[in-house]
Design a protein around this ligand. Structure first.
Ligand code: TYD
Length: 208
């Protein structure tokens, strides 16, 4: 008799935070930790993660548009991402690490740009069904730190050129999301020495 073993479903980890919070720096280390456990890791990002998604990313990051258009395009890219990358990976037992996901839409398009959370919720239900991250690491820094880091970085994109009031709304929206979803969110104080931040990341990743 042939026994076909269905793999255990993988886990979905997302990284969130304001621009300048430093989340992307930690991606290689997270991949290393998970791979050392013998896991397959799929590292991806939003907006993006597919050929079409990356094309939409270019438009989203550089063209000015109505906040609701922006929301719809984010979810269009997300639909493609879930269907072609995230779901197949989780189904074969891989761990998916995404640099941003739907919490970013709640923070940027709802919290900072005023799109109604009810409309976002409807799109979320339509596009994701039951899919939610298993763990979300929120890299939190005070607004002044984030702005200072961005000022010394590369040429800013559309979102990175926003002002302090925008970043303030963004930070509050992220912290509110974390409070509303305490089981999956871990807040990381990203305003510490890089080594300390790395340690907190490692501690949380070891629990999934
Ligand atoms: P980011 O993840 O910061 O990448 P990089 O480090 O290369 O700049 O850039 C993505 C931008 O897209 C970021 O400013 C946040 C924005 N964004 C939204 O506004 N809504 C969303 O739903 C997502 C996924 C991203």
């Amino acid at each position: 008799m042939t026994i076909i073993q269905t793999p255990h479903r993988g886990k979905f980890i997302t990284l969130e935070g304001m621009d300048g919070a430093g989340k992307s720096t930690h991606i290689p280390n997270i991949i290393k930790i998970l791979e050392a456990r013998g896991l397959e890791v799929v590292s991806t990002r939003e907006p993006g993660g597919t050929k079409l998604g990356e094309q939409l990313r270019t438009l989203l990051l550089h063209e000015s548009m109505h906040p609701e258009t922006e929301t719809l395009l984010m979810f269009a890219a997300r639909r493609e991402h879930i269907a072609n990358v995230i779901e197949p990976a989780l189904a074969r037992g891989a761990y998916v690490l995404s640099d941003r996901f739907t919490d970013a839409t709640y923070a940027y398009q709802c919290g900072a740009k005023g799109v109604s959370s009810d409309k976002i919720k409807q799109l979320e239900t339509w596009v994701q069904g039951d899919l939610q991250p298993d763990m979300t690491l929120l890299f939190d820094v005070p607004v002044e730190i984030s702005l200072a880091r961005l000022a010394s970085a590369r040429e800013p994109d559309k979102f990175e050129r926003e002002n302090a009031a925008f970043f303030d709304k963004l930070r509050q929206a992220y912290l509110t999301r974390a409070k509303e979803n305490p089981a999956r969110f871990h807040i990381i104080d990203a305003n510490q020495a890089l080594d300390k931040v790395k340690q907190s990341v490692e501690q949380f990743v070891s629990t999934i």
